[in-house]
Design a binder for this molecule. Sequence first.
Ligand code: FDP
Length: 326
Amino acid sequence: MEQERLHPEATGELSNLLYDICLAAKIISRQVRRAGLTDILGEVGAINVQGEVQQKLDVFANETVRHAVEHTGRVCVVASEEDEHPIPLDVRKDRGGRGGKYVLMYDPLDGSTNIGVNVSIGTIFSIHRRRATKTGPGTLADCLQKGRAQVAAGYILYGSSTMLVYTTGQGVHGFTLDPTIGEFLLSHPDIRSPDVGTYYSVNESHWNKWAPGIQRVVGAFKNGDGGRVVAKNARYIGSLVADIHRNLMSGGVFLYPADTISPQGKLRLLYEAAPLAYVVEQAGGAAIDGEHDILDIKPSELHQRTPLIIGSKRDVAYARSVLSSK
Ligand code: FDP
């Protein structure tokens, strides 16, 4: 609300869309907190478009986010990591056939393999203005925009507390869910990421499948590289949101590079890399695919994957310089 006041032209629609996402987050958080007590853990017996086994909580979170926005008239199309195609949203008659102004893309429950073992998981969201179409439901073309064009992005972390961290391009702000009143309260205003990280986070079991450049970078984060990089401590949760959040707060660099099995990397550009890159850049950090800024990549497919190196600015710059000096 405070930030909306800085824009006299704002209609309040974006703030309301963020509220809709908060509502979905509270409902998902409630289910996550009761997992193990209710029949919500385990697989549904289906494989999603990414070739991954869908968990019941994945499906629940996916539908909860879509239901929270689909009748509001604020969104023209949603795209989720769990659905093969974007879902165009109906136009509300009371809006004169205009259709929603915004495009919402999301990863409903990131870190699926951690769901059943009580490790932090998260929801990631990315909001764009519709561009390709002007009226009616939105299309795939509205989804395929560069990350730089996002109007808002963020994540909800279901960790030791439930936190919402988001940006609308005016810094990064963190809110903690107070379960006693059911509201997100501003607990971490203006988050800034240290320029040099304490941690490096990578799944080192893939070492033998990496290109020599990536091995050099990870080796330097582990052992130091003269005066250029000081050896770091390792932390890898295996839930992207949780790994990014820790590094954002304490300083660190997260890597999910391409390897011989996944030549484009594993993570999804539109649901994971781009929104997190927007948050991390706004907090003073950086995000690249090894060469280009993540936010400058023009997507050609909805479920496009990308290598990702993200976190403290000087660490990402170091990785970029090693990778460019073949
Ligand atoms: P998961 O497979 O558990 O859904 O994008 C998915 C993701 O988790 C990220 O949250 C996580 O950082 C990464 O994959 C973990 O992959 P590895 O198991 O290969 O390390």
